[in-house]
Write a new protein. Structure first.
Length: 295
């Protein structure tokens, strides 16, 4: 029989999730569709690919062999998709852009509005995610993201350093004028433990009183604004906020950088190139704010 990519895609989703429900969520279909397609696929092949266990779906020996081959097919299809898209010379169509909630809230939105006015034929789909989206798998076309070191598979432009400094509400700081070690702190949780700012707080103030931990710097900002304690925040978030004051100078060890990135196969796509050129120029006007000199 000839193998269809849709069947292999469903097979890989089940193999990775270990369950029909997890595969259905990943693929955006219902549970019964995955169940039916898998059974038909196995019947057509004449071989069982998964053991149905109480704990989930486990690959058989035949399934393990198929997974290795299916992943090679997946890699080639993704590579072909990027290369074909990379030859698109049209300044129209959909552009998937991923960024963090903080960059979107405090920095990007006015620039996106101006981009739309300049290129009304390009529809931007904005993906807010504080974890890294995989551009190689076309989960997004462009990332506007803080990172010290982008992956080697991505190309783009380094816009500026991102300075971080401690901030607190004016009222909190007035009541708590002591050193950093004497303050209540607002921190990011373990999902953002990779951030340089998170590492600095754990290394320099290991005994700090943590009043609140959040899975987003935006949540930390809101808690600081409410007077719950001190937060180590990007200066582009803290400096413009009239409710906050800097508690100390920017912390070099907590700094990051802002990049506009795409996959190397997409960099010649007209709408990708237009967005990257436009956003690099627009964000260059924010360099003083990004690097902590807008104070």
């Amino acid at each position: 029989m000839s193998l269809a990519w849709d069947d292999l895609r469903i097979f890989l989703a089940i193999a990775r999730a270990g369950s029909l429900a997890g595969a259905a969520r990943e693929l955006g279909v219902n549970h019964s569709t995955v169940f039916r397609r898998l059974n038909t696929f196995e019947e057509d092949l004449g071989v069982r690919l998964f053991e149905r266990l109480a704990s989930g779906y486990a690959l058989t020996v035949a399934g393990e062999e198929m997974r290795a081959s299916a992943e090679r097919v997946e890699h080639e299809i993704e590579r072909l998709d990027r290369r074909v898209t990379g030859r698109d010379l049209s300044l129209s169509g959909t552009l998937n852009v991923t960024t963090t909630d903080t960059v979107a809230e405090c920095l990007l939105m006015p620039h996106l509005a101006k981009f739309h006015a300049a290129y009304p034929g390009i529809q931007v789909t904005l993906i807010l995610d504080n974890q890294h989206i995989n551009l190689s798998k076309r989960q997004a076309d462009i990332a506007v993201r803080p990172t010290r070191q982008p992956p080697d598979t991505l190309v783009g432009r380094r816009i500026a350093d991102l300075a971080f400094a401690p901030y607190a509400a004016k009222g909190y700081r007035k009541k708590n004028p002591g050193d950093l070690s004497d303050l209540d702190w607002l921190a990011t949780d373990d999902t953002l433990a990779h951030l340089a700012s998170s590492k600095w707080l754990k290394a320099e103030l290991p005994e700090a009183r943590i009043a609140l931990a959040a899975n987003s710097l935006l949540g930390v900002l809101l808690a600081a604004r409410a007077g719950m304690g001190t937060a180590l925040l990007p200066c582009f978030m803290g400096d413009p906020d009239k409710a906050l004051v800097r508690v100390a100078e920017p912390v070099p060890a907590a700094a990051s950088a802002l990049w506009v990135l795409t996959h190397e196969d997409l960099r010649h796509t007209a709408r990708v190139r237009a967005f990257m050129d436009f956003m690099a120029e627009a964000l260059s006007g924010d360099v003083d704010l990004l690097e902590g000199r807008g104070f």
